[in-house]
Ligand binder design. Structure first.
Ligand SMILES: Nc1ncnc2c1ncn2[C@@H]1O[C@H](COP(=O)(O)OP(=O)(O)OP(=O)(O)O)[C@@H](O)[C@H]1O
Ligand SMILES: [Mg+2]
Length: 430
């Protein structure tokens, strides 16, 4: 514990310091006779407890107290006022300004040691609480990350399937392209052969023309015509026209497949971002929603149609990974809710964005079973779940709430639709 005594009278400083050393050895005591140095001393020596005289020339203890509390930096240090004043009014002022206790002068040893003991205890509690709070925050960040990775883990099989599909047809396209290439090479060979033969014939033709031999001339022409007919027949067998036609669509399809894979991988990368950094940067809400839809695609495609009604909303200041996680959580819940109905028709989720002067919103509306009114107020509670053990941790919405309300100063609202199903709305301040 580090104790600072501030009093303009040096004698008082010595007395206070002696008493503290006597009663509480092991405590570090700092002395200051110039009240204007108080804040610097607190900062420099990381003071835990401050004994502050009220009546001092130039700057009074009350003024110093006010200045300290105004900085907002040392709110949890214990401040005990020292005073010989019997004046009730100044005690009240001191407490109003944030003093924790007072000791009357002349100092009575018993009172002095009891009050300092109490201050030390309070300070120790505060420090412990601070430490616990820090640990709690760290644990919470860890839990957020863990839950996020877990939800991606759950979706991993589906995502792998989504990637596998395009990779599969790109692969078979490549095989086809390889066989096409062999045939194209073969065709080029045939054309080359024909070109050589006809150039030889042309050479002979020149000689024949000099000799003006009619029958030799017609034989040569016939030979070339026959070669050309053979060439056409072989090329037809290779189906070169069809191959050339098909090439384009094979390449376009493959390119689309690869682009799909790139998109999925990019979306995964945005989600897996730690999100530990609390910096908010400008992002496109539309892009975040689209990435979440890509990630849940395999979960949704057999049961649910996802409709997007996007307004031209301005970019929003947010943590992309965290906001993506919220949208993913709400989407996954909606899909899971629709699946529980085991219905014959396809479910529907409508994601709508829009904005007002004050905020940007995104509502995710499903036509599933909705949430029973007697539990709807509990869905944001940590560990609240209606799912089977091992199926849901009940953390999805509580973490989402934390991200939207605490980290983004927004709102996360839930209601049941009049028709059917539930609707979650995210509001973020502009
Ligand atoms: N769209 C919805 N329709 C119906 N019920 C819902 C919907 N969204 C959430 N709920 C209810 O809210 C509960 C809490 O949701 P939350 O996402 O916090 O946890 P979970 O989905 O059960 O588990 P986790 O998300 O941790 O895997 C769900 O168990 C479910 O009962
Ligand atoms: Mg959930």
């Amino acid at each position: 514990m580090r104790i600072l005594v501030v009093d303009d009278e040096k004698l008082n400083l010595v007395i206070a310091s002696d008493l503290i050393q006597k009663v509480f050895n092991n405590k570090e005591v700092f002395l200051c006779s110039n009240p204007q140095d108080t804040i610097n001393m607190i900062r420099k020596h990381s003071i835990d407890i401050l004994l502050l005289d009220i009546v001092m020339p130039v700057t009074s203890g009350i003024q110093v107290l006010k200045d300290i509390r105004q900085t907002g930096l040392f709110n949890d240090i214990q401040i005990i006022m020292l005073t010989s004043l019997e004046d009730e009014e100044s005690f009240k002022t001191c407490f109003d300004l944030g003093a924790d206790d007072y000791i009357k002068k002349p100092i009575n040893l018993n009172e002095f040691s009891s009050r300092i003991k109490a201050a030390i205890k309070t300070r120790e509690h505060t420090l412990k609480l601070k430490e616990l709070n820090k640990k709690l925050n760290e644990t919470q960040l860890y839990m957020i990350q863990k839950e996020k990775m877990a939800s991606i883990g759950e979706l991993a099989a589906g995502i792998a399937h989504e990637i596998n599909n395009p990779i599969g047809y790109v692969n078979s396209n490549l095989e086809t392209l390889t066989s096409y290439m062999q045939k194209i090479v073969e065709a080029i060979g045939l054309y080359k052969e024909f070109a050589e033969k006809s150039s030889q014939a042309e050479g002979k033709l020149r000689n024949v023309e000099l000799d003006l031999n009619e029958s030799a001339l017609s034989t040569l022409t016939e030979n070339v015509t026959e070669e050309y007919r053979l060439l056409k027949e072989r090329i037809k067998k290779i189906k070169l026209d069809y191959i050339l036609d098909d090439l384009n669509s094979l390449i376009t399809d493959s390119r689309e497949g690869i682009e799909k894979v790139i998109k999925i991988v990019q979306s995964l990368k945005s989600f897996a971002r730690t999100g530990f950094e609390d910096k908010l940067v400008y992002n496109s809400l539309e892009e975040i929603i689209n990435e979440a839809i890509i990630i849940v695609k395999n979960e949704s495609k057999y049961f649910v149609d996802i409709e997007r009604i996007f307004a031209k909303v301005p970019e929003i200041q947010c943590n992309k990974g965290q906001l993506g996680q919220v949208i993913l959580n709400v989407l996954v819940n909606a899909i899971q809710a629709i699946k529980t109905e085991k219905r014959n028709d396809r479910g529907k989720i409508i994601i709508e964005t829009g904005y007002t002067k004050k905020y940007i919103y995104c509502s995710i509306k499903d036509d599933g079973p909705g949430i029973p009114e007697n539990i709807i107020h509990r869905v944001f509670d940590p560990f609240f779940t209606t799912k089977e053990v091992g199926e849901g941790t009940g953390l999805g919405l509580s973490i989402s709430y934390d991200i939207i309300v605490k980290k983004h100063k927004g709102e996360l609202l839930v209601k049941n639709n009049i028709e059917k199903g539930a609707c979650f709305t995210i509001k973020l301040p502009i």
